[in-house]
Design a protein around this ligand. Structure first.
Ligand SMILES: [Zn+2]
Length: 341
């Protein structure tokens, strides 16, 4: 094995898929709860981690409703959202991430009266403050919870269109098994031929993963697909994403924790690299699952016995896929090329 953990830790990295509510460390959860007089079902870090693992064991929907639900109870004010977004960018900085995209679902932060627009604004302001303090570049993606109605999805898409200074893309997240992408077709259509980019969680769970990936591409015009766990098994899909330059945001450790795969090897990452698929490696929910992007890349490098060249390719892919401008991409490319030797 050529690449040590230390080397991977020290290298600059790109993160394209990280959920804000999956990146709040326990200390901050308790701090925010205390400040807002919110009673949580647990009162220490050990029990909190046990609670999250229990929810994970119960299944994906328990994890979403109760696991992420717990985190979101403390993220219902502008100040809390700002602070959490700031801290998430600090987490990225600590992992040597030089460009990071953070995503969140505005509809999950309105219990105390925040509008979708305010939620987006506050999260972005926290990130902007952290950008200044930590010298890293970031962008915010806004998710529709696919469990919500198509009408609500459209409202989120409209808000995103009205908030282009603060958020760059639309995502579709949560329970794929019972909510196929076409449910939110109208919401996605609102963003066609605009500057708003599109990513879709598809091919993560449920019985229609292949069809959902196809729909994400053909009907929702996805610029990127999140997860696409089994894409390497479908030659036609490989050809389509390569031809259309559709990026694949993989999050191997998240898939392992959620029991969708057993090992990173199940994703056939080297096959995808060889086939010139734009694939990148991401963390998804690092604080909730207690790992970092570095842990994820290290596991992938180890499982596939990757050389530095392949790791560099994954970073260059992420830059090409990133929802940012060419000037920033050029700068990022230079940093990666200068350091991955
Ligand atoms: Zn995700």
């Amino acid at each position: 094995m050529g690449l040590s953990r230390q080397v991977i830790e020290s290298l600059p990295k790109i993160e394209l898929h990280r959920h804000l509510d999956g990146d709040i460390k326990p200390d901050l959860i308790f701090e925010l709860a205390k400040e807002q007089n919110i009673k949580l079902p647990v009162d220490n870090k050990k029990d909190l981690n046990r609670y999250f693992s229990k929810k994970r064991e119960e299944g994906f929907n328990s994890l979403i409703t109760d696991g992420f639900g717990l985190v979101n109870t403390v993220l219902q004010t502008g100040e809390a959202l700002r602070r959490a977004a700031y801290e998430s960018v600090r987490n990225m900085k600590n992992e040597n991430i030089i460009y990071g995209e953070l995503r969140f679902a505005p509809e999950l932060h309105t219990e105390k009266g925040l509008s979708y627009k305010q939620a987006i604004y506050e999260a972005r302001m926290g990130m902007k403050e952290a950008e200044k303090d930590f010298g890293i570049s970031t962008n915010l993606i806004s998710c529709i919870c696919r469990n919500s109605s198509a009408e609500l999805g459209e409202q989120i898409a409209k808000t995103v269109m009205d908030s282009q200074m603060y958020t760059v893309a639309l995502d579709l997240a949560c329970d794929e098994a019972n909510n196929p992408p076409e449910k939110h077709k109208k919401a996605y259509e609102l963003t066609f031929n605009t500057d708003i980019k599109r990513t879709v969680h598809a091919g993560e769970l449920g019985n229609n993963q292949y069809q959902n990936m196809v729909t994400a591409i053909n009907t929702l015009h996805a610029d990127r697909i999140s997860h696409a766990i089994h894409i390497s098994e479908y030659k036609d899909l490989i050809n389509i994403v390569r031809e259309k330059n559709i990026g694949i945001e993989m999050s191997p450790k998240s898939n392992i924790y959620c029991k969708f795969i057993k090992s990173t090897k199940d994703l056939n990452i080297t096959k995808l690299i060889k086939e010139n698929v734009l694939v990148s490696i991401n963390s998804d929910d690092p604080a909730m699952f207690e790992y970092t992007l570095c842990d994820t890349l290290y596991e992938v490098a180890n499982d596939y016995n990757l050389e530095i060249g392949s790791l560099k390719q994954l970073q260059l892919n992420a830059i090409q896929m990133a929802f940012t401008n060419n000037k920033i991409k050029e700068k990022l490319r230079r940093i990666i090329t200068d350091t991955y030797k």
